[in-house]
Design a protein around this ligand. Structure first.
Ligand SMILES: Cc1cc2nc3c(=O)[nH]c(=O)nc-3n(C[C@H](O)[C@H](O)[C@H](O)COP(=O)(O)O)c2cc1C
Length: 167
């Protein structure tokens, strides 16, 4: 092993799975979507998942206020939408309208699911943890959904592109 800048070492973790988190934006009266690379399962029982959201993101405000999010794994048909949701802010963009992603009603939380995704998990915020310039929102999973026809998840690559696994 040889020493290096931690940022250089962290570049080697890619490909990294990509998720979306949908929250309800009370201020603009619409759901909002953020693209996330930093998420994980954190408990078997009850099932829980954590997402790390930057303090400057509009989603930070909407998830803090609403206390709920839907964690979605997007599919290979949704690459352009994933890039768009990870580039513009819901403060001044209606990302469902701009991407053409279709919202489907959730069963236990207010933010909607996304049609055509690999899976969607309805989460209620059970705790938070500050992590530098991000907040980790820990969500208890209240309900789960999967695509009727199995779909492949997406990964972000070191060059910033989003791709499905080959095959
Ligand atoms: C592949 C990819 C992964 C990202 N991962 C994260 C992440 O884990 N946490 C985060 O806060 N922002 C992440 N971002 C940036 C946000 O998606 C981006 O700032 C977005 O525009 C915020 O939207 P909002 O202001 O509507 O919440 C990622 C962006 C991309 C393209």
């Amino acid at each position: 092993m040889k020493p290096c800048d931690p940022e250089e070492a962290l570049q080697l973790k890619y490909p990294e799975p990509v998720a979306l988190a949908v929250s309800y934006d009370e201020q603009n009266r619409r759901p909002n979507i953020i693209t996330l690379g930093w998420f994980m399962r954190t408990s078997f029982s009850p099932p829980m998942c954590a997402i790390s959201v930057g303090h400057t993101r509009h989603s930070h405000t909407t998830i803090s206020r609403g206390g709920e999010f839907v964690l979605v794994l997007p599919s290979r048909h949704q690459i352009e939408a994933v890039l768009h949701c990870g580039t513009v802010s819901g403060r001044d963009h209606d990302k469902f309208a701009e991407t053409g992603l279709k919202a489907l009603p959730a069963t236990a939380v207010r933010p909607p699911l996304i049609e055509g995704a690999v899976l969607a998990l309805e989460c209620r915020v059970a705790g938070t943890c500050e992590s530098g310039d991000h907040t980790i929102f820990i969500g208890e999973v209240l309900a789960g959904h999967i695509a009727e026809k199995p779909q492949s998840p997406l990964f972000s690559m070191p060059d910033g592109s989003i791709e499905p696994l080959p095959g």
